[in-house]
Design a protein around this ligand. Structure first.
Ligand code: UD1
Ligand code: CA
Length: 454
């Protein structure tokens, strides 16, 4: 049984942002969401989130985790002060507490499990995660004896020149026997360079404290500024792409591709250069996506191709071809084996199987039957300046080039709309509809010539 506490009260001054640091996004999810997710598989008996700077915003952003209890740290006087706020919440608790910094987003659950196990097996008062960093700037340095028993943790700002040469750093991930920690917490002093109450001081006031090195130091990268945010993002991208490559996905020029870790890909998907996959996107087997495409919160069925296109909040069913230069948005739903492309925009529209809209069209709030052909330049005029209206186009209907369909309107099945028509009234099944001026030809006509003056 373990209680988890996550520190998320700080402003994150070094980010130079109005947004609290822990709400900055890393590959589609905020730093704090990532940390909270990492602890879920441990099934903690309680999860305490320490909030302070813009507490309401942080609470709102974490509402999707119903088991969180919020602990307010009204003024931010340091990590030790933050943990002091837990005292009234954990009165009488005799178990262990896992403390995590809210700005360490790449940690793996496995690492936490190992830390807890070592802590419990050795009956330590505290066990802390450490790493040997090639560039340890900004981190607290950890000094141990030969048995990995921690002697001292010194924040970089308090380090002497010699102490700074130690590359073993404190990851900001701790396991404590709570009664031991609770006893020393009230006695922390703020006599250091930052005039803060350091949690790291509490660590060395209990005993024994063991340091455990993390295998892959990239996991414990703390995010204090935008440079570290970018480094973490690169590490995350590498992790995500490696995972999918091992699962049978081909990336052509992986460095030019970005993928959120919420995206799901099936084997034999090919992702071409300059393609970006975001949010809750699913891409089924046999698809070829890109080059130059952005897909967000969308489901792409089997064997679909997407070329130089943008698809958001939409569905494309199997065998369809999207692009070049298509824009699908706001619940567009493209049926099986459709062809959409060359400057076509679909918004909140559902196209039946085998439908083509291959050139220069806008279809908004539209449904079509199967095997409809949307001629080049067909536009649904769905907005009257106040309200949006819908269009229905029946099966096998063909709209001629440059048709305007003024919604609300229904075209029946097997209708043919003559090129250049502006359709304002419903058309029954099986009709040809022509709604344009008849062409006039005036024979033997010559341009009037003007005599030059003078
Ligand atoms: C801290 C550690 C340092 C370690 C590093 C690892 C201390 C004193 N130092 O330094 O040894 O190497 O993390 O990343 O703990 N926070 C609060 N309330 C506060 C202050 C901070 O909740 O009053 C939260 C922040 O929101 C953040 C976390 O605590 O999530 C860490 O704070 P930060 O200021 O980033 O500490 P570091 O200087 O990085
Ligand atoms: Ca930090």
């Amino acid at each position: 049984m373990v209680v988890v506490a996550i520190l998320a009260a700080g402003r994150g001054t070094r980010m130079k942002s109005n947004l609290p640091k822990v709400l900055h996004s890393l590959g589609g999810r905020s730093l704090i969401e990532r940390v909270i997710e990492t602890v879920q598989p441990l099934s903690p008996s309680r999860q305490l989130l320490i909030v302070g700077y813009q507490a309401d915003e942080v609470k709102k952003a974490t509402l999707c985790f119903p088991d969180l209890e919020f602990v307010e740290q009204k003024v931010q006087l340091g990590t030790g002060h933050a943990i002091q706020q837990l005292l009234p919440y954990l009165e009488g608790y005799t178990g262990d507490i896992l403390v995590l910094n809210g700005d360490v987003p790449l940690l793996r659950t496995e690492t936490l499990k190992q830390l807890l196990q070592i802590h419990q097996e050795n009956r330590n008062a505290a066990t802390i995660l450490t790493a040997h960093l090639p560039e340890p700037q900004g981190y607290g340095r950890v000094f141990c004896n030969s048995d990995n028993i921690v002697q001292q943790i010194v924040e970089e700002k308090d380090c002497t020149f010699d102490q700074r040469q130690n590359h073993r750093i404190n990851a900001g991930v701790y396991c404590f026997r709570w009664p031991d920690l609770a006893e020393v917490l009230p006695h922390l002093q703020a006599n250091n360079a930052q005039k803060e109450y350091y949690l790291t001081d509490a660590v060395t006031q209990v005993a024994p404290v063991m340091a455990v090195d993390v295998e892959d130091y990239q996991e414990i990268l703390g995010i204090n500024d935008r440079l570290q945010l970018a480094s973490a993002w690169e590490i995350l991208q590498k992790r995500i792409k490696e995972k999918w490559m091992k699962a049978g996905v081909t990336f052509i020029d992986p460095a030019s591709i970005t993928i959120d870790d919420t995206v799901k890909l099936q084997p034999d998907v090919i992702i071409e250069p300059q393609t970006h996959l975001r949010g809750n996107t699913v891409i089924e087997t046999g698809c070829r996506i890109g080059p130059g495409s952005l897909i967000e919160n969308s489901h792409i069925g089997e064997n679909v191709t997407v070329l130089y296109s943008v698809i958001t909040d939409s569905i494309v069913q199997q065998g369809s071809q999207i692009g070049p230069y298509a824009h699908l948005r706001a619940r567009a739903e493209v049926g099986v084996s459709c062809r959409i492309g060359n400057f076509v925009e679909l918004k909140n529209s559902k196209l039946g199987a085998g439908t083509n809209a291959a050139h220069l069209s806008y279809l908004g709030d539209t449904t079509t039957g199967n095997q409809v052909n949307i001629g080049a330049g067909t536009i649904t005029a769905n907005y009257d300046g106040v309200k949006k209206h819908s269009t229905h186009i029946g099966a096998r209907t063909k709209t001629g080039a440059n048709s305007v369909l003024v919604a609300p309107i229904t075209l029946g099945n097997d209708v043919c709309v003559a090129a250049g028509s502006t359709i304002t009234e419903d058309v029954p099944d099986g009709c040809l509809v022509i709604a344009r001026q008849r062409q006039v030809i005036k024979p033997n006509w010559q341009m009037k010539t003007h005599k030059a003056p003078g």
